[in-house]
Each structure stands twice: as structure tokens, then as C-alpha cells.
Design a protein around this ligand. Structure first.
Ligand code: WQD
Length: 338
């Protein structure tokens, strides 16, 4: 069974990817420093899959500890999720973001080279496109001038990977540019579990739905969009996880460096998502229109033809599925995973 090292494998997306890997006959090996994840997620993965993956509490900026994991396991591929990912926090703590996100990627890549591990999937983000000149976004669109240090780390790591690919043509490297991941595992055992007040829309709506927060603040209704509120490409986290398995299968064909948008190809506004949530769950979500949030853009959604044509992958689950799954997870975990 091919062993896949999953860094950040106890996180929101990482844990879903671990489940998909198991369901598709791979053996995931998880490293996570638990900075933004809980050990209880490992129990949940076991409860869902009846498999308890090997887990190492390791910070992958630490060379020796990370190398020991490679020495103990015959790793075939790496999916690199580990990294800080809060946009707002990154503007307050740029040094920590550059040190951690670049450091973890460089450490893993250095060890992969020493151990001759050839397959690497990078958890990138639509933020690398910066402020889009038009939508939908294509993989060939210009990348750079991200609007925050978090996004800049993604831009820089993509550039590092392009250089690594040029210097090591036998490596297979896949950049997956996520749009807006939402939803939860259908069991309600795993889902988006942010520390403190949620930054992202869906977990905030879900906490309003269970009465944990009084109302949703809608950041601006004067954008140039269908109803004035921000439009994004919301992709169910389970579809996103499946995209990683499709990418891994594709790396076996030795494609070199490849890049894919992982989205639905459809834009949804804040109010459209709120109404979909109310419809899916039969509840009212109270909200108030507030001033715009600094750094937000009007509209952002993906062209997803490339992933379909080359990976045979496309998103199948709907906004309604994600609203239902997110609410189910939040009801079962009112205080998060514990
Ligand atoms: C979505 C829309 C807000 C919260 C970020 C990162 C991206 C990825 C996903 C990591 C916007 C509006 C939000 C709220 C609101 N993260 N909103 N009230 O900013 O598109 O993307 O998270 O990979 O890299 O940039 O996601 O969910 O924060 O916002 O009105 O309480 O919802 O204005 O229009 P965003 P988001």
C-alpha cells in the first residue's frame, strides 16, 4: 500500500483528505504539531474509517524530527497542508507566518530530496491570484501581489516549487489552488473547528444557527455583485479532499509540475449562502449589514475545466449539502471537537 505523508493531517482539510486516502487504498501517515488541530480528530478518523493512521506530533519546520518520520516510513508521496492560514492574523504576525509556512515547506522538500521522494502536493490557495482582473479565474492567470502575508507565503512557496521542479525534473509536483472550503463530513464527526471567533463565513453562520453567536455581520452590501454582497466559490471540503486523491493518482503518470484550481466553477454571494443555509436547515439566520472588511474583494470564482480534463475530477456536492453538513457538525460539536 503506498504510504502518503500528510503534514497538517489533523486539520479541517487534512483530516478529510486522510479519510479519502484510506477509502482509496492509500496508507496516510500524519504529522501535525497540533497548533491548529486537536488530537481527538485522530479518534474521529478511526471512528469513521476503522483505521487508525500512524500519527507523529511533529512540527515540520524541525528538520531532525521530520527526517525521523521519513526514516521510519517508506514514504512514496507527500501532501503538504501544514501552515498557518488566518488572513487577518497574518497581517499582525508576518514574521511568524513567513518563518512557519516557508520553513515547513523548505524542510519537507529538503528531506524529500535527501530521501529521493518524488511526489509532492501543495495546499495552495486562490489568494495567489490577488485581486482578480476578471472572473472566472484560470490557472494561467497572473499570480502574485496577494493582499496579505498569508497569501504571499502561498505565492512564494509556489515559486519555490517551480524552481525545485526545474532543478529536479524527475519530481512530480502539484499545486492545488483551493477556493473557499466549506461543509463537514456527513457523519458530523469532523468539520471546520476554528479557535475563538470564526473568521470565515460558514463557521460563523453555523455558530449563529446554534445560538452561540447572536447574528451574522455581513461585511458590505455595496460590492459590484448580484446582490451587493461578496461572491466566492464555495467548495465542499469532501469534494476538495477527493481532489487530492485525483491529483495523487495523476502524479503516478510523472507529469512534472502541474497546477489546478479546486472549486465548483460557480460564485455564491453571502446572502445567497445565508438563504441556502436557512432553506437547507429550516431555520432563520439573523444578520446585520456592516461596513466592508478591509482586504475583501468583490467576486472570486474558478474555472475548473483543467482539473476535470486532466484529473477527471469535479465537485459533486452542492451549497445545500455543505450547509446541511456544516449545521449537523456544529449541532453535534457546539464547543468544537473535544
Ligand atoms: C467570504 C465572504 C466576506 C465572514 C479566506 C482566505 C482564503 C481561504 C478562505 C485559507 C466574504 C464575507 C465573512 C463574516 C461576512 N482561507 N463574510 N461575514 O475571505 O473569501 O477567503 O478564507 O485558505 O485563502 O482568503 O473567506 O469566509 O472569510 O469570506 O460577510 O463573518 O463572506 O466579506 O465576502 P475569504 P471568508
Amino acid at each position: 500500500m503506498k504510504k502518503v505523508l500528510v503534514t497538517g493531517g489533523l486539520g479541517f482539510i487534512g483530516s478529510e483528505a486522510v479519510i479519502c486516502l484510506i477509502e482509496n487504498g492509500y496508507e496516510p501517515i500524519i504529522i501535525d504539531n497540533l497548533y491548529n488541530a486537536k488530537l481527538a480528530v485522530l479518534d474521529r478518523i478511526e471512528e469513521i474509517t476503522h483505521v487508525r493512521p500512524k500519527f507523529y506530533q511533529v512540527d515540520c519546520t524541525k528538520y531532525e524530527e521530520t527526517k525521523a518520520v521519513f526514516e521510519e516510513n517508506d514514504i512514496d508521496s507527500v501532501i503538504h497542508f501544514a501552515g498557518y492560514k488566518a488572513v487577518g492574523e497574518s497581517t499582525q504576525k508576518p514574521i511568524e507566518y513567513y518563518e512557519n509556512n516557508l520553513g515547513s515547506a523548505l524542510t519537507v522538500l529538503k528531506i524529500m530530496k535527501e530521501k529521493d521522494v518524488k511526489n509532492f502536493i501543495f495546499s495552495s490557495s486562490a489568494t495567489v491570484y490577488g485581486v482578480p482582473e476578471r472572473v472566472p479565474l484560470y490557472e494561467t492567470d497572473p499570480v502574485g501581489n496577494a493582499t496579505n502575508p498569508y497569501g504571499e507565503t502561498k505565492v512564494m512557496i509556489e515559486r519555490i516549487l517551480e524552481d525545485v521542479s526545474k532543478a529536479n525534473p524527475s519530481m512530480n509536483i502539484c499545486l492545488l489552488r483551493y477556493f473557499n472550503p466549506i461543509g463537514a463530513h456527513a457523519s458530523g464527526l469532523l468539520g471546520e473547528d476554528p479557535n475563538g471567533l470564526p473568521n470565515n463565513l460558514m463557521p460563523y453562520v453555523s455558530q449563529v444557527a446554534i445560538g452561540k453567536l447572536p447574528f451574522l455581520r455581513v461585511f458590505g452590501d455595496d460590492y459590484k455583485t448580484v446582490d451587493g454582497t461578496g461572491v466566492r466559490d464555495y467548495i465542499h471540503v469532501v469534494d476538495l479532499a477527493e481532489g487530492h486523491v485525483a491529483a495523487l493518482n495523476h502524479l503516478a503518470t510523472n507529469p512534472g509540475l502541474v497546477v489546478y484550481n479546486l472549486g465548483t466553477g460557480k460564485g455564491t454571494s453571502v446572502l445567497e449562502l445565508v438563504h441556502a443555509f436557512e432553506e437547507a436547515n429550516g431555520i432563520k439566520i439573523h444578520y446585520q449589514i456592516m461596513p466592508r472588511r478591509p482586504g475583501d474583494i468583490d467576486e472570486n470564482f474558478a474555472n475548473v475545466d483543467k482539473a476535470f480534463n486532466e484529473l477527471g475530477w469535479k465537485a459533486k456536492l452542492t451549497i445545500t449539502d455543505a450547509c446541511r453538513d456544516s449545521y449537523n457538525f456544529q449541532k453535534k460539536n457546539p464547543n468544537g471537537i473535544e
